[in-house]
Design a protein around this ligand. Structure first.
Ligand SMILES: [Zn+2]
Length: 373
């Protein structure tokens, strides 16, 4: 809807609000009627790691069309996520750049996609090839980042927000982090078994995120010193968590929320094409994946997960359940926190896109539905 108005209570303050918007932008925020129990207004969910959605695989399709991107964006919107980062995983660098170029040309030409697809996340190929740490990524095409790669990534993405996940133990990483940071690219560490010292050096060089903490790690870890302990012990990193109850167990999820300050945790689905679609066989690029009725995404015959089929709004419900909190407490982890990491604004205020969520919650405070008008 390009024009309209809506009343509800602000999810954080509880204040009754009346919002008006026109041409897809919020034009007025004023006091609303007091009797708005059960209808809440919240900033849209913002997911920094979307590999595909609703049957559309961003990685596989070198013939990606506007219809594909609109279909994925609209299904995400239905599930409470009005803004996302188009994410590609490890592949040959020229292929990654040509996919971004293609998707960006489509997106730049569409007002609807410009509101929804707000940035780019390149996860690989500068990652650890170690078993357990590599996850589902193909180690054969992993390599060190060069200055030319970083400059090309900046040139291809123009002025758009960019998140780059890399493993800082690879050669040339600190230079790549410094250059990325100077060019406005936000670096997140991930798929890494980096030492504590090099992790601190990476933060000093400008790295700010840690991609899907608790995943991209082996099943068995050294009890004295492992990548989780190192992240907990390193100030300045903002990890993402996948709140589907499978990628991070509820026990570890609760511990992570005690070990890290709340402003340093954000959520992502790491969704792939099966998210928002029925169980079956799907892909991320050339990787075949199986999605069961439990929504768990597996490589057939292997124990490791590869992306998730989690809907963004379900991530809120599950995070709240795991932590024994209200959906209102966890909502910022999936809306304002990721925006802060990327230097973006995501608030209900005049001038922001009208992609806020209308949340219908039951009497017991459980989140029932979050839709974008
Ligand atoms: Zn990953």
């Amino acid at each position: 809807m390009h024009h309209g108005q809506m009343c509800g209570r602000h999810f954080a303050s509880g204040q009754p609000l009346r919002l008006k918007w026109s041409d897809g932008v919020i034009s007025e925020v004023s006091a609303g009627p007091a009797d708005m129990s059960g209808t809440w207004l919240a900033p849209t969910l913002l997911d920094l790691q979307i590999n595909g959605y609703g049957g559309v695989d961003f990685q596989r399709d070198d013939h990606l069309t506007e219809a594909h991107l609109l279909s994925a964006a609209r299904q995400m919107r239905r599930d409470g996520c009005g803004r996302f980062f188009f994410t590609l995983i490890t592949d040959e660098w020229p292929k990654l750049m040509s996919r971004v170029r293609r998707a960006k040309a489509i997106r730049d030409a569409s007002p609807e996609l410009r509101t929804a697809l707000v940035g780019w996340h390149i996860e690989g190929p500068f990652l650890s090839p170690e078993v357990g740490f590599k996850g589902a990524h193909n180690p054969a095409v992993m390599r060190d980042a060069t200055e030319a790669d970083i400059r090309e990534l900046r040139a291809v993405t123009g002025c758009d927000p960019v998140l780059l996940t890399l493993a800082p133990e690879r050669g040339g990483s600190l230079e790549a982090i410094r250059l990325s940071t100077s060019l406005g690219i936000v670096v997140s560490l991930g798929h890494t078994n980096v030492s504590a010292d090099t992790m601190r050096a990476a933060v000093a060089a400008g790295a700010r995120g840690f991609t899907h903490l608790g995943n991209g790690i082996p099943q068995q870890l050294d009890r004295h010193d492992n990548i989780l302990w190192r992240v907990f012990d390193t100030p300045g990193l903002m990890p993402s968590l996948i709140p589907d109850t499978h990628h991070v167990s509820p026990l570890l999820f609760r511990h992570m929320h005690r070990a890290l300050p709340p402003e340093r945790i954000y959520y992502t689905t790491d969704a792939m094409s099966a998210a928002g679609a029925p169980p079956g066989r799907y892909t991320i690029g050339s990787i075949e994946l199986e999605v069961g009725a439990d929504q768990i995404v597996r490589q057939p015959g292997k124990p490791n997960f590869a992306g998730s089929a989690l809907k963004p709004v379900d991530g809120i419900t599950r995070a709240a359940q795991m932590l024994g909190k209200s959906w209102r407490d966890v909502w910022p982890h999936f809306s304002q926190r990721p925006a802060e990491l990327m230097g973006l604004r995501n608030e209900i205020e005049v001038g922001q896109p009208a992609d806020f969520c209308v949340v219908t919650a039951g009497a017991d405070g459980m989140l029932l539905e979050a839709q974008i008008p």
